[in-house]
Design a protein around this ligand. Structure first.
Ligand code: ARG
Length: 467
């Protein structure tokens, strides 16, 4: 049995004769989670009180007292003395009730020209905008960690894959910088979405605006919003900003999850491309030899949660008539959990890159030398000697088949054997198929050639300085 809340003692207004059934009060309440918004509710309410005074709706002295009373609640909250229960229903009522205890009847003036509908929209945006700034800084740290690893591994070769089959060798830095680029888009996206999060719904009232001579631009300015909603119905019921954030968060998680999957594969005995350091790996309770990649596995696992929140939000919105509906109370847990998840995952993956992972360079060097991932280069070699590429491609297919039958690699063929296969082969074929040369030769813009990778790293250094 969950703990039973005290029956709500209050009725809503004179319109109601009896209080809420205790189970319904519990069901209806959001205080259990929206207390997370309390500091934003206080900030938003202070701006509202200042605006009420500024426009003459209340006196300057009343405005000052309201702001001070709200400050007192902030102190109480920070010291752990403000922890409202279910009878407060939500954080907005909790603050107003406490303010009225502190200031008496004056506290009851705070809600003039405001509704919880525009209030909760304001609080949620203030919260999200702070969190997005933090997340954006975390993305930068993650990128910086990738960047430093890449800098160290320009000359380290690693097999490149398509279909998870060995395809062509590449620079490890090139592989890592692919994630840097994904994260760069995440960083940019956070900035773009931020512009639409940072719009004020305050003053939209319940749905239709207000009869009081409020100044919405004044509160928007006090709260550092970039603008105000132009339509009050839209202002109180829009959750596009939350969906856009969840979509951005989903993309971040998807990128982290792909990297996680690679780290998990790389750490397996089958690949053995990386060793996980003790500080970032875990053991098994029964198999003493094991070292498990729990961090990337958890990141991969948590990704589904964030995708789920995005889906839940989209479904939440699709059938909602204008304007506010209580369904919208469901937006908060999704947002809070997505924020917490994405922040935790970014932090863990950044630490993993900074100190938890070591590339086994000698094993990687072996890996790129023991396969046929230089076969394209044989075809390219012939093509530069005038053999049409498709013909060269077919011939090299035959060469690979012959090698497989003889249990040989391309580099094991003698010059005679090469020349029997095609007279265009000369002694420089050995140089052309050496893994280092294979990588260096892919010097097309954005390719894995060392020169390109160095340029990409320089370019990244510039971008990391951007704000
Ligand atoms: N707790 C509510 C929410 O999170 C606040 C707004 C309530 N508005 C209303 N009209 N019942 O959405």
């Amino acid at each position: 049995m969950p703990p039973q809340p005290a029956a709500s003692s209050q009725t809503w207004s004179q319109r109601f004769e009896t209080a809420l059934h205790p189970a319904i009060a519990q069901f209806n309440a959001s205080i259990g989670f929206d207390i997370e918004l309390v500091e934003y509710d206080l900030t938003g309410s202070q701006a509202h009180a200042q605006m009420l005074a500024h426009t003459g709706i209340i006196t300057p002295d009343e405005g000052d007292q309201l702001v001070k009373g709200l400050d007192q609640i902030r102190q109480e909250y920070r010291q752990g003395f403000f922890s409202p229960g279910v009878d407060a229903e939500d954080v907005h009522f909790a603050v107003e009730r406490r303010l009225t205890q502190i200031l008496g009847d004056l506290g009851k003036k705070l809600h003039t020209a405001r509704s919880r509908n525009d209030q909760v929209g304001t609080d949620t945006r203030l919260y999200l905008r702070d969190q997005m700034q933090e997340i954006r800084a975390q993305v930068r740290e993650f990128q910086t960690a990738l960047f430093h690893l890449a800098e160290q591994h320009v000359e380290t070769l690693i097999p490149g894959y398509t279909h998870l089959q060995r395809a062509q060798p590449i620079s490890l830095a090139h592989h890592l910088m692919a994630y840097f680029e994904m994260a760069q888009r995440d960083w940019e996206r956070l900035g773009e979405v931020y512009r639409r999060v940072n719009v004020s719904p305050l003053g939209c009232g319940a749905l239709a605006g207000t009869t009081f001579p409020i100044d919405r631009h004044y509160t928007a300015e006090l709260l550092n919003f970039d603008g105000v909603y132009a339509n009050s119905l839209d202002g109180v019921s829009d959750r596009d900003f939350a969906i856009e954030f969840l979509s951005t968060a989903s993309l971040i998680m998807m990128h982290l999850s792909r990297l996680s999957e690679e780290v998990i594969l790389w750490a397996s005995q089958e690949f053995s491309f990386v060793t996980l350091k003790d500080s970032c790996a875990t053991g098994s309770s029964i198999m003493p030899q094991k070292k498990n990649p729990d961090v990337p596995e958890l990141v991969r696992g948590k990704t589904g949660r964030v995708f789920g929140h995005l889906q839940a939000m989209l479904v939440l919105m699709k059938g909602l008539p204008l304007a506010y509906n209580k369904d919208l109370q469901e937006d908060k847990e999704a947002l809070f959990d997505a924020v917490k998840t994405v922040r935790g995952c970014l932090e863990a993956m950044t630490i993993l890159l900074q100190e938890g992972i070591e590339f086994r360079t000698s094993r990687l060097a072996e890996a790129v030398a023991e396969d046929f991932s230089n076969a394209t280069d044989v075809a390219d070699y012939l093509a530069t000697k005038g053999v049409p590429f498709r013909e060269a491609y077919n011939l090299v297919g035959k060469v690979v088949r012959t090698c497989l039958a003889a249990n040989k690699l391309l580099k094991d063929l003698s010059l005679d054997e090469w020349q029997t296969l095609h007279p265009a082969f000369e002694a420089d074929i050995y140089q052309a198929i050496a893994p280092r040369q294979v990588v260096a030769a892919r010097n097309s813009y954005g390719g894995t050639g060392f020169e390109q990778v160095r340029q990409a790293i320089e370019n990244a250094r510039q971008r990391l300085r951007q704000d």
